[in-house]
Design a protein around this ligand. Structure first.
Ligand code: NAD
Length: 486
């Protein structure tokens, strides 16, 4: 049985209760984990609070060196971590490898920033000296969803720890295993006990205590927009800092001068990676009229070749959805679109055969000529279904792209730099890829506009979201007359 990890040790829940973690491909129990309570969170917070003094006073260079050692341990254990991730989450093993490598890359990125941590200095008008100091916040809480349980946790661990904070992490209820193992490895790199802690259990209990606990100074949250609004509301009571990485419905615009081969591949990978369960997935495809039919024909051919199956099989390209409810919701969205007149080009049904009976598999669906008011366009579709809409020109495409409460990612495909830059400037989103999609970089700030989020992860900016900026004034004999009362 897996355990939770805090104060440098493994623990059961104080209630003694456990939750079964099941493989979404086979229904088999992978392991059990403690069902954490508010009391478990409080114990971990005490440990994190105690550890803050030592950790925050350690030099950034030393903290960076420990993070780098953690990276080595993660890489050394890659095989075990990737297999565990596929078994608890369902994603193909090749995608688990990418996720664990991304996690290591993110930690390494922040370890590398250790020697560049700095504030600022300014000579003030009255001759005094001004120092802008960046201070760690204290104990920070990180709440992570199930779709990328490890890499999204890494987006928080890297900047939070480098900046000198201590952490309480809450993985999603259904994907706690690989995250807990990674936290243990990071601790084993030589961190003082209590610096990094992970409490497993339900959002409404463990997550809620993290939101309410007065000793937690900041919440880094990734999840649904609805839950994010709740996080913000609770945090407001104590003016707790929040970073919110929420839902998305990324538009992909393909102009009639685009490189169609590359765009077709990107639409397929961009929509069906992680079985469509990605915040940054291509969720709406806008095709210029002139190339629409050719594009759809090529994309259908490509999508029909995606091999569905158990994520542990090397050849699998499309695993199951993560839960029964998730599959049913996507099926309902497909049915709604068809009812409103969309044409189902391919997929949308459950694959037949013994190997699929126990998993939440769904054939990847392409929907053509979808009503712009269909649920699959308006809501966030978190699964393998892609609505395709025709547009006459770039202005119409941009207007349609912006017709959404979300603003996370977006992409435009064209060989014309003028068109590309116009789209990049006018699409309301935190990211616009020109002739690419979905690939994120540790070097670039990431985060949505509108209801897709608040604040940034990645890049140098992430450090700002894990520090408080303090101004210090040093007075010397060269004081101004005003201060001397003259
Ligand atoms: P979710 O909001 O249901 O859960 C996210 C986390 O919040 C989980 O750990 C959950 O246990 C916890 N939680 C639930 N209720 C809580 C409460 N009352 N208090 C505190 N914590 C609580 O989201 P999900 O279904 O796990 O993830 C999918 C969603 O996440 C999608 O909307 C997706 O777009 C979004 N997402 C966003 C990003 C991004 O970076 N913008 C990345 C990945 C996923």
């Amino acid at each position: 049985m897996a355990k939770m990890f805090y104060a440098g040790e493994f623990h059961d829940s104080e209630s003694g209760e456990v939750t079964e973690i099941r493989n979404p491909s086979t229904g088999e129990v992978v392991d059990t984990v403690p069902k954490g309570t508010a009391g478990d969170v409080r114990k971990a917070v005490e440990a994190a609070d105690d550890a803050f003094g030592v950790w925050s006073r350690m030099s950034p260079a030393k903290r960076g060196a420990l993070l780098q050692e953690a990276v080595r341990l993660v890489r050394e254990n890659e095989k075990e971590l990737t297999s565990l991730l596929t078994r608890e989450q369902g994603k193909p093993i090749r995608e688990s490898i990418l996720e664990i490598r991304r996690f290591a890359h993110t930690l390494e990125h922040y370890a590398g920033m250790a020697k560049c941590m700095r504030g600022g200095y300014v000579t003030l008008d009255d001759g005094r000296y001004g120092i802008i100091m960046k201070k760690p916040m204290g104990v920070v809480g990180s709440i992570v969803p199930w779709n990328f349980p490890v890499s999204l946790m890494g987006n928080k661990i890297g900047p939070a720890l480098l900046a000198g904070n201590t952490m309480i992490i809450k993985p999603a209820g259904s994907t706690p295993l690989t995250a807990t193992r990674c936290v243990e490895l990071i601790h084993r790199a030589g961190l003082p006990k209590g610096v990094i802690n992970i409490i497993t259990g339900p959002g409404g209990v463990v997550g809620e205590e993290i939101l309410q606990n007065s000793k937690i100074r900041k919440i880094g949250f990734t999840g649904e927009t609805g839950t994010g609004k709740h996080v913000m509301e609770v945090a407001a009571k104590e003016v707790k800092r929040v970073t919110l990485e929420l839902g998305g419905s990324d538009p992909m615009i393909v102009c009639d001068d685009a490189d169609l081969d590359r765009a077709v591949s990107a639409a397929s990978v961009g929509r069906f990676f992680n079985c469509g369960q990605a915040c940054l997935a291509v969720k709406r495809l806008y095709l210029f009229d002139r190339i629409a039919d050719t594009f759809m024909e090529r994309l259908t051919g490509k999508v029909n070749k995606l091999r569905i199956g158990d994520g542990l099989k090397r050849e699998t390209l499309l695993g199951p959805l993560h839960t029964k409810g998730q599959r049913e919701e996507v099926e309902e969205m497909i049915a709604d679109a068809v009812k409103r007149g969309a044409k189902l080009l391919t997929g949308g049904g459950r694959p037949k055969g013994q190997e699929f009976d126990q998993g939440y598999f769904l054939q990847p669906a392409l929907l053509a000529d979808v009503d712009p008011d269909a649920r699959v366009v308006v809501e966030e579709c978190f699964g393998p279904a892609l609505p395709i809409l025709r547009v006459k020109d770039l202005d119409e495409a941009i207007a349609q792209a912006n017709r959404s409460i979300f603003g996370l990612g977006s992409s435009v495909w064209t060989r014309d730099l003028n068109k590309a830059m116009r789209a990049a400037e006018q699409i309301e989103a935190g990211y616009t890829w020109i002739n690419s999609a979905q690939i994120i970089y540790d070097e670039l700030p990431f985060g949505g506009v509108k209801q897709s989020g608040l604040g940034k992860e990645h890049g140098n900016e992430a450090i700002d979201y894990y520090t408080e900026t303090k101004s210090i004034v040093i007075a010397t004999e060269a004081e101004s007359e005003v201060m001397r009362g003259e």
